[in-house]
Design a protein around this ligand. Sequence first.
Ligand code: LLP
Length: 421
Amino acid sequence: MNFFNYRNGELCCEDVKVSAITGQTGTPVYVYSAKTLRRHYDVFRRAFVVTTPLICYSVKANSNIAVVSLFSSMGAGADIVSGGELFRAIRAGVRGERIVYSGVGKTTEEIRYALENKILMFNAESIEELDAIDSVAGSLGTIAPVSIRINPDIDPRTHPYISTGLRKNKFGIDIRHARDAYTEARARNNLRIVGLDMHIGSQLTDVSPIESALKRVLGLFTDLRHDGIDIQYIDIGGGLGIAYRDEQAAQPDGYAAAIERALKDFGGKLILEPGRVLVGNAGILVAKVLYRKQNGTRRFMIVDAGMNDLIRPSLYDAYHEIVPIIETRGRRFKQDVVGPICESGDFFAHRRDLPLLDRGQMIALMSAGAYGFSMSSNYNSRKRAAEVLVDGNNYYVIREREMDGDLTRGERIPPASNSGE
Ligand code: LLP
């Protein structure tokens, strides 16, 4: 459920016409609905009826500090995977004690930064990383709270690029070696074991792989208890999918019920790291039609957003619904919706049934709130889009469109050298 609807033939976000926003910001622009974000968070939180989990919003899905701060003000913590995300979470007002830190490649500097901010726990992904955390904590004279990310070897049945819980993936520690890893961690002077972590993949439309993974994780939890290792937190990551098209995506209540059933013998605190399910359908990318043309049998609609703004179709062949900003009832044609970037991979849709739009008319790429702006780049030296947050009949520019100077910031031309002589 979201708050993007046509009113009198014009696409609105809550009570604001999208065209009123683009009149100020230009295109391409990301538009998010605060009411949708709040609703999604609320539905997700209320789905858990037995436990009161700590919901750590996965910052990578949409990293704008206005979005992180909205969730934080509703009680969320943050799931981060870099020092940069930690910086954002802090800027957005998330307290360290509500931050969990995953990722296979944390640097020494990042570990120090996280320890200085007293995060809730590191989700460590290798023995070498545990050693690094131990040594940084030792040098700071502190004790680092750690959990170990387990790779349960379960197929989440999603796109291979976003599947993370199989043994062949780089993530976590093979569940067959996890007990030993915990014993190793216990032997370190500057580590305190607090939890057990997993995240098997993203855009899961079925909860059964999560249930299977949780069974394995619970088996490990019981083994650890035998070993005298006390687990306070089980972090089961994120991954709940959304409907981009007509997928029958599992809903938060079914997801929560399955988790609570699986964890009924665990007396500790549950941690969740949802990203997409909170923000995905709460955002759109608005672009303007630049040109139309036909090459052979293919009709092209060339728009002013490109794969640098929204890479999901190019990277995962992902489907995003495309609708005109002004409702158009004319004849429809199969069209390729493409951007201005110099690659044939720069497309949003192939042979999509759409009305013929005139130059200057606008379209919305729906469900672009997750992994849209956060994966955008400056490829082809394109300035990254503006971001706007709508709340009722107000809207706020929460990130300015980049300017020419942003493109070359930090770059330098070296003084002419005579090395050729
Ligand atoms: N926790 C960890 C450790 C993660 O790696 C991720 C996502 C999440 C939580 C949040 O997962 P979510 O609830 O959003 O599924 N760029 C891809 C998705 C990559 C997901 C990476 N990890 C896409 O556009 O589909």
